[in-house]
Design a protein around this ligand. Structure first.
Ligand SMILES: Nc1ncnc2c1ncn2[C@@H]1O[C@H](COP(=O)(O)OP(=O)(O)OP(=O)(O)O)[C@@H](O)[C@H]1O
Ligand SMILES: [Mg+2]
Length: 557
């Protein structure tokens, strides 16, 4: 890049391959990029959401209306677009739901800044106003526009799960899905030092088995593994089994790579084999001493060990995953033991009710179940892999929603009511703000309206008429704050009647992430991109500060 010097030669500062954009350009570019991403998934919001079908380079397809799942599949180049995709992932990890809303809102909040930038308002002013608005929104959402519910009341939680699933494909099997989500989360929640621990990732496993119909999906209290016994004659059904969990191999130790054994005499080879046999026999004896009915190991089980174990009436299952073993430990009460010589009576698990192997489709599945357990497996069936994958994503949303409510039992009205109520409150407060900050502050109120507006749009309603009516409804009286849009008909309704409620934690996360991201992107006024050559860059690289030999990664792709 060249910078002119009055009258003299140009001074070269950045290398030839480096591209630099700065100032106003960058901000407008970022706004366009975020708006584009928001436009991609705008139609996937609400109960009349459209599905997207995405194809990857390998020819696989993904069918979904989950915001995060859509964005995960598309590749973008612009850095701002990349951070938009990132926030949808954050939202998914934090709360599991609201991944579409957060993108739509962030896009709108960015767009709201455009006229101010055009008028040469400094980004810092806009950012301050945005921050102020966010703080006010959080306070109001917690204090004024949310209601507490009783986390123990099944019916109340059910309504929330219903409104979450109402926007999904799985909504067609609503009763089943609600039942699965509620049972699963209720089972895995445990009280731990006065705090409710609900670890969905670790203790609620989803096993997807193509075939059958969606009605066959069910929750199993316990663990289900895609495994069969190692020896065909071992028992495949044991009631009240004594279970042992190992993470050591029951076979001869393989040497490190390139180990060689030199044998001179013929008897020696027999001796080596005998020693191996002896070692395995010792391991098996140590196991048999404790009389387990069933052992699981993360490693292999040799033919010889199988023989000894079978003779002692013990069923063995090998090569379990670490995570499955941990879950088995939770179900059975057993401790995972690393060496058979350390085995003690306390390590044997006795809490499982039943061990059974059944055949589903062409494959064998091991069930270890217990009524009192705190680990579950959800079995998903369905006509095709793509459908089951979407069912899984939907169920994850539902599971997370149940968890969120059990941990923080406050709800905000859905259907754009919460957003409209906050918009109304912001508009009121803006009147009392001095100076130019009131304009971007007020712009947040307009941006929030994007949620009800999109809901109306997606069911084919008349946006201007309905949105004006909704605005008027909220302005009319304070107690109208639960009025929103019925996402199916596009009419105005009271959410108390329609029964659409979203968890407060999901909504708060949406507001925080959307506005914080917009703030971050507005702060950027320079994008430098380019590659540094391996051999130390151009000769004119001196202005960069680093000098010749230093190799730095490119700042942005
Ligand atoms: N029956 C309904 N009528 C009106 N609005 C509804 C209805 N059901 C859900 N909503 C609203 O739709 C929005 C949620 O839509 P959706 O579930 O498609 O997206 P998301 O939760 O933001 O993202 P995702 O579920 O993909 O992670 C919420 O604002 C919710 O209040
Ligand atoms: Mg949702």
């Amino acid at each position: 890049m060249f910078r002119g010097m009055p009258g003299g030669q140009p001074i070269i500062i950045l290398s030839k391959n480096t591209k630099r954009e700065s100032g106003h350009h960058v901000q407008i570019g970022n706004i366009t990029a975020t708006k584009t991403i928001a436009d991609v998934i705008r139609t996937s919001l609400g109960p009349r959401a459209m599905l997207k079908m995405l194809m990857d380079p390998m020819g696989g397809i993904v069918m979904t209306n989950d915001g995060n799942a859509i964005l995960r599949e598309i590749t973008v180049k612009h850095p701002a677009a990349k951070s938009m995709i990132e926030i949808s992932r954050t939202q998914d990890e934090e709360t599991g739901d609201g991944t579409t809303s957060v993108i739509v809102l962030a896009g709108e909040v960015m767009a709201a800044a455009e006229p101010f930038l055009e008028q040469k308002m400094h980004p810092t002013i806009i950012i301050q106003a945005y921050r102020m608005a966010l703080e006010d929104m959080i306070v109001w959402a917690k204090e004024k526009y949310s209601i507490p519910i009783d986390a123990k009341n099944e019916k109340e939680i059910e309504t929330v799960v219903r409104s979450c699933l109402g926007t999904k494909m799985l909504g067609k099997w609503m009763d089943l899905a609600v039942h699965i989500a509620m049972t699963a989360v209720r089972t895995i929640s445990i009280e731990k030092d006065g705090y409710k621990e609900i670890d969905i990732k670790r203790y609620c496993r989803i096993e997807k088995i193509p075939g059958g119909t969606i009605e066959d999906c069910k929750v199993i209290k316990g663990v289900v593994l895609n495994k069969d016994v190692t020896h065909p004659k071992m028992r495949r059904r044991i009631e009240k089994p004594r279970i042992m969990l190992l993470d050591c191999p029951l076979e001869y130790k393989k040497g490190e790579s390139q180990t060689s054994l030199e044998i001179m005499k013929e008897e020696d080879i027999t001796k080596v084999l005998e020693q191996e046999e002896e070692a395995i026999r010792k391991q098996c004896d140590e196991i048999i001493l404790l009389k387990p009915d069933l052992i699981f190991t993360e490693k292999g089980v040799s033919d010889l060990a199988q023989h000894y174990l079978h003779r002692a009436g013990i069923t063995a299952i090998r090569r379990c995953k670490k995570t499955d073993n941990n879950r088995l430990a939770r179900v059975t009460g057993a401790t995972i033991v690393n060496d058979t010589c350390d085995l003690r009576e306390e390590d044997v698990g006795t809490q499982a009710d039943l061990f059974e192997i059944t055949k589903i489709g062409d494959e064998y599945y091991t069930y270890v179940t217990s009524e009192k357990t705190t680990a579950v497996t959800v079995i998903l069936r369905g006509p095709s892999k793509d459908i089951i994958n979407e069912v899984e994503r939907n169920l994850q949303d539902a599971l997370n929603v149940v968890r969120n409510i059990m941990q923080e039992a406050r709800l905000m009205p859905g259907g754009g009511a919460a957003e409209m109520a906050l918009a109304q409150a912001l508009t009121e407060k803006a009147k009392s703000i001095q100076g130019i900050r009131q304009w971007p502050y007020k712009a947040i109120a307009r941006a929030l309206e994007v949620i009800p507006r999109t809901l109306i749009q997606n069911c084919g309603g008349s946006t201007i008429r309905q949105l004006t009516a909704l605005r008027a409804k909220h302005a009319q009286a304070e107690e109208n704050w639960t009025w929103g849009i019925d996402g199916i008909t596009g009419q105005l309704v009271d959410m108390k009647q329609l029964g659409i409620w979203d968890p407060l934690s999901v909504k708060l996360q949406v507001f925080k992430t959307a506005i914080e991201t917009a703030v971050m992107l507005l702060r950027i006024d320079d994008i430098v991109s380019g590659t540094k050559k391996r051999d130390g860059g151009d000769a004119a690289g001196a202005g960069g500060g680093g000098g010749g030999g230093m190799q730095q990664p490119p700042m942005m792709e």
